[in-house]
Design a binder for this molecule. Structure first.
Ligand code: PKZ
Length: 191
């Protein structure tokens, strides 16, 4: 079946950037106030991702009582966020900034509060600015049963995407933070 998430003819396998973080290296947060990975969000996911071989990452996130939908169970939107965040961190390996255009999620098993979700994601193909990727979240360990999975299309953007669209208050604070600016600009120097 052909969908918007099927790479078109002419799509290429992803190429790991020569300056990509080494396998095993933690990727850190791209923004302190990010709900997915930031340390400055008390109820956020605090997802921690690391580089793997190829154009792939792994990550963990523990479901807390702040993430419930039904009693004692993770909200599906929170699980989709965990997949989205993990997929988004693949940009570190391509050294491009990309945002989610489409995210198709399968919820396979309920995920109780207290569960550590073991996530993995990889880029499968690239076509121009379009980056095709897939992710899974497992319980009980990295080889445990799949609880959630997603296919996604990310679209490469420049820093201006955020500067032009973000609320000025937060953009100005981010622009004043040398670390955020350095990280964002470094991604734009792409051969
Ligand atoms: C100082 C500041 C520091 C900032 C430091 C930032 C750090 C780095 C932050 C990263 C953060 C990550 C966090 C986790 C990941 C998110 O959650 S990102 C947030 C959620 N996503 C969004 O907000 C994106 C909202 N959407 C948009 O802004 C625009 O639709 C997009 C995605 C930029 C595309 O618009 P566009 O650039 O005008 O491109 P467009 O020509 O429409 O599309 C390009 C191609 O993609 C295809 N396409 C676009 N959308 C779709 C779609 N939904 N389905 C299928 N195909 C599509 C088009 O058909 C087109 O294909 P071709 O014609 O080239 O074959």
């Amino acid at each position: 079946m052909t969908t918007a998430l099927t790479p078109p003819a002419g799509a290429r396998p992803p190429v790991r950037h020569p300056d990509a973080p080494a396998p095993g290296e933690p990727l850190g947060s791209h923004y302190e106030h990010c709900f997915g990975c930031g340390g400055g969000q008390p109820h956020g996911l605090h997802l921690e991702a690391r580089a793997e071989e190829g154009v792939a990452v792994t990550a963990e996130f523990t479901v807390t009582a702040d993430h419930q939908g039904a009693p004692g169970l993770a909200h599906g939107g929170v699980l989709a966020t965990a997949l989205d965040e993990t997929l988004g961190s693949l940009g570190w390996l391509l050294r491009v900034i990309a945002v989610t255009g489409r995210l198709e999620t399968d919820f396979v098993r309920p995920v109780p509060v207290g569960t550590a979700l073991h996530l993995s994601a990889e880029v499968t193909a690239v076509h121009g600015r379009k980056i095709y990727a897939t992710a899974t979240g497992r319980t009980g360990g990295p080889d445990g049963p799949v609880a959630v999975r997603a296919d996604a299309l990310f679209i490469e953007v420049k820093v201006d995407h955020f500067i032009d669209n973000g609320r000025p208050k937060e953009i100005q604070a981010a622009m004043a933070d040398p670390d955020t600016q350095r990280r964002a600009r470094a991604f734009e120097v792409n051969p």
